[in-house]
Design a protein around this ligand. Structure first.
Ligand code: ATP
Length: 322
C-alpha cells in the first residue's frame, strides 16, 4: 500500500491523538503516505482530507480529544452515504483505512468493507472499555483516573458532613468505569448495568453501614445501572430508609483531559500495530492488547461478543467495603 487514511469517530477519548501520531509516524517511517480524514465518517463523505506528515503530529501525544475531530454521521448509516464515502476514498487514492473509535465505528467499517471492498483495521478508542478482544480500550484508564480524582474530593466533603454521596459515572451498557472507580475509590456500593442493584439493597447497605459506625458513604452508579440514573435510584432508596443524600453526575468531565501514561503507551502500541497489520495485508480486524500481548480480533467479534466485567473485582470491592 502506498497511501493509507486514518480517522477518529464516535465519542472522543483521551489517547486518540497518541494513536493518530503512532499511525502517521509508523507509516511514514515505512514510506507509506498518510491522509487524515476529518470528522470521522461525516468528513469521509464530504472529502475532508488532509495530508499528514510526522511533523503534523508533533506535540499532540499529551493532548486529549482528537485533532482530526470526530462526528456522528446519519448519512453513513445509509448505503448511499457509504457509496459516497467510498467514492471519495477512491478519488483520493487511499488504499486502506485505520479506524479509531468504538463499536459503532467498527459496525460502519464492516459495512464499508462488505459493500466497497476497502481494507480497514480498527483501533479501540472509547472510554467505555466495552469492546471484546482487548483488556483495555484507549481512554478508559484516563476516564477512570479523572472520575477517581472527583470521588476523592467528594469523599472529603462526604466525611465532613456525614452524608451519603451517589456519584454517577459514564457507562450506559457497561460497568467497567464504575467498577474500577468504585474499587479504587473505596465505594460502599457499586451499581452496574451487569449486576442489578435495586433501591432495597442500597437502603439496606446504608442502614448496615450506619449501624457499623460509618458516618458517610460513597455509592458509585454507572449511568445505565438503574432507569433514571443515580438520582432516581437515590430517591427510591430514601423512600425505603431515610438518609441525607447528594447526587453528583460526573458527565463529560470524564471524557476530557491529558491521557495517562497507560493510555499513551497503549495508543502508541496499537496505532503502530494497526498500521503494520494493514501494510502486511491483513484487514477486517481490531488490534487489542490481551494479557500484555498484541491481539487481533475480527471486527465482527469485537462488536458482537460481550466482554464480561471482572466478577472477582466486583466481589472484592464488596468485601473491602465492610
Ligand atoms: P463510542 O462508543 O465511544 O460512542 P462509537 O464508535 O460506538 O464510539 P457511534 O456514534 O456509535 O460511536 O458510531 C460512530 C459512527 O459510526 C456513527 O455516527 C455512524 O456514522 C457510524 N455507524 C454506527 N453504527 C453503524 C452501523 N450499524 N452501520 C453503519 N454505520 C454505523
Amino acid at each position: 500500500m502506498k497511501k493509507i487514511g486514518v480517522f477518529t469517530s464516535g465519542g472522543d477519548a483521551p489517547g486518540m491523538n497518541a494513536a493518530v501520531r503512532a499511525v502517521v509516524r509508523w507509516l511514514s517511517a515505512n514510506e507509506v503516505e498518510v491522509v487524515g480524514i476529518k470528522r470521522g465518517y461525516a468528513g469521509m463523505i464530504d472529502g475532508e482530507f488532509v495530508a499528514l506528515t510526522p511533523r503534523d503530529v508533533a506535540n499532540i501525544i499529551q493532548r486529549g480529544g482528537t485533532i482530526l475531530r470526530t462526528a456522528r454521521s446519519k448519512a453513513f448509516m445509509t448505503p448511499e452515504g457509504r457509496a459516497e464515502a467510498a467514492k471519495q476514498i477512491a478519488k483520493a487514492g487511499i488504499e486502506g483505512l485505520v479506524a479509531i473509535g468504538g463499536d459503532g465505528t467498527f459496525r460502519g467499517a464492516i459495512k464499508l468493507t462488505q459493500e466497497h471492498r476497502i481494507p480497514i483495521v480498527g483501533v479501540p478508542g472509547t472510554i467505555d472499555n466495552d469492546l471484546y478482544g482487548t483488556d483495555f480500550t484507549i481512554g478508559f484508564d484516563t476516564a477512570v483516573n479523572t472520575a477517581l480524582d472527583a470521588i476523592d474530593r467528594i469523599r472529603d466533603t462526604a466525611a465532613s458532613h456525614e452524608r451519603v454521596f451517589f456519584i454517577e459515572v459514564m457507562g450506559r451498557h457497561a460497568g467497567f468505569i464504575a467498577l474500577n472507580v468504585g474499587l479504587a475509590g473505596g465505594a460502599e456500593v457499586i451499581a452496574l448495568p451487569e449486576v442489578p442493584t435495586g433501591p432495597d439493597e442500597i437502603a439496606e447497605q446504608i442502614r448496615v453501614s450506619e449501624a457499623k459506625g460509618k458516618s458517610s458513604s460513597i455509592i458509585v452508579v454507572a449511568e445505565g445501572a438503574y432507569p433514571g440514573g443515580a438520582d432516581t435510584l437515590m430517591r427510591a432508596a430514601q423512600e425505603i430508609y431515610p438518609f441525607e443524600g447528594r447526587v453528583t453526575v460526573l458527565g463529560h468531565i470524564q471524557r476530557g483531559g491529558s491521557p495517562t501514561a497507560h493510555d499513551r503507551v497503549l495508543a502508541s502500541r496499537l496505532g503502530a500495530a494497526a498500521a503494520e497489520t494493514l501494510v502486511a495485508g491483513t484487514s477486517g480486524v481490531m488490534l487489542g492488547e490481551v494479557e500484555g500481548e498484541i491481539a487481533l480480533t475480527p471486527l465482527a467479534d469485537a462488536v458482537e461478543k460481550r466482554k464480561p466485567i471482572n466478577r472477582d473485582l466486583y466481589e472484592l470491592a464488596g468485601v473491602l467495603a465492610e
